[in-house]
Write a protein that binds this ligand. Sequence first.
Ligand SMILES: [Zn+2]
Length: 414
Amino acid sequence: MLDHCAHARYVWNLAVEQHAHWYKGRKAAPGFAEQCRQLTEARRANAWLAAGNADVQQQALRDFSRAKNAKFTSGFGEPTWRRKYVHEGFRVIGTDRVPEFEADGSPKRNTHSGKQVMARLVVVHKLNRRWAQVKVPGCGWVKFRLTRRELPKAKTFRVTYRNGRWHIAFAIIPGSIDAPGTGEVIGIDRGVKITAALSDGRKLNCPQLTVKERAQIRKHQRRAARAPKASAAKTAAYARVARLKARETDRRKDWCEKTSTMLARTYDLVRFEKLNIKNMTASAKGTVEQPGRNVRQKAGLNRAILAQGWGLLRRRTEHKAPGRVEDIPAPYTSLRCSACGWIEKNSRKSQAEFVCVSCGFTCNADENAAHNVAAGQGGIPRPRRSAGAGGVTAATSRSSAREPQPVRVGILLV
Ligand SMILES: [Zn+2]
């Protein structure tokens, strides 16, 4: 299977290179069919490539063409290089020929020949409640742990390898979750202290590594740093670090999956405040000429933000409840009073406390922001009303800026 990974990575990178260095003035870069023809030629010339499985290599090209076509919609952009140990994996196409049917139950026919379309499904055997097996070309039957009750009906599957763990993923797009039909709207405020504060008062936290686990990571990092170059001890220590960090990612993904399913099942409309996570986590490093300030602190905050899985939660909720997720512009959602609509910086007493300076409404700051998100409020500050007159006046800060400044009186020293 590691050989399959190496072959798939090699073929993918060849495709990336071919498209990266393509002279744009001439005709278009070769597509999937042309690349497959070139692959056959390459297999004839290269004994190492010829020893591998042709289907696995061809599927790498298929993956590449899919990624290339979806570069504007996938969110991943242009397909890039796959690195050893980092992006290890390969796709296997099913072998079981099964007739395909239309949605109304009639046999699906080829538009040109009129023959019934046959799909190639993956053969999966269930061994018991927890284990199943699947055929991988060149490896025979490979056992894997089931994470769902029913067996998958997929046309392809993908095997990936990272941090010493093998994973198998069947290519199925699950149906969306039905709305409960209660008309309930929930607002979600995402933060670093509380991962997701809901407008119904619940506070959900994404599990992090424990203090003990973090200490273990530091211990193994220290050992790796002290071990001699290219020694087995160094590799082993780095592997321990990678496994511990993978545990954190696993927990975060698990939490995001469970939480997004809960949101899609319980509420008709889910509102998130619109965050630009990419801008928020931009480095403060700056340039050599103009180094940034508080770089370490910003790096720590960035890590904390990325450890919350904000983007993943939003994305997965959208997948499960398409059309039922909205983005609310984020500015002022944390400064606006959810009771009277007054926007004032001084209302937010601390990280956790919100006391409205206008009406005295007291609330947890995150919950208050979640209420604003649920109401779809925030965005542009409303015209401020001066407390006594009741009329609409210009913002006080702007009017004070136009006032004549007091003249500085100098003392003349003789
Ligand atoms: Zn208020």
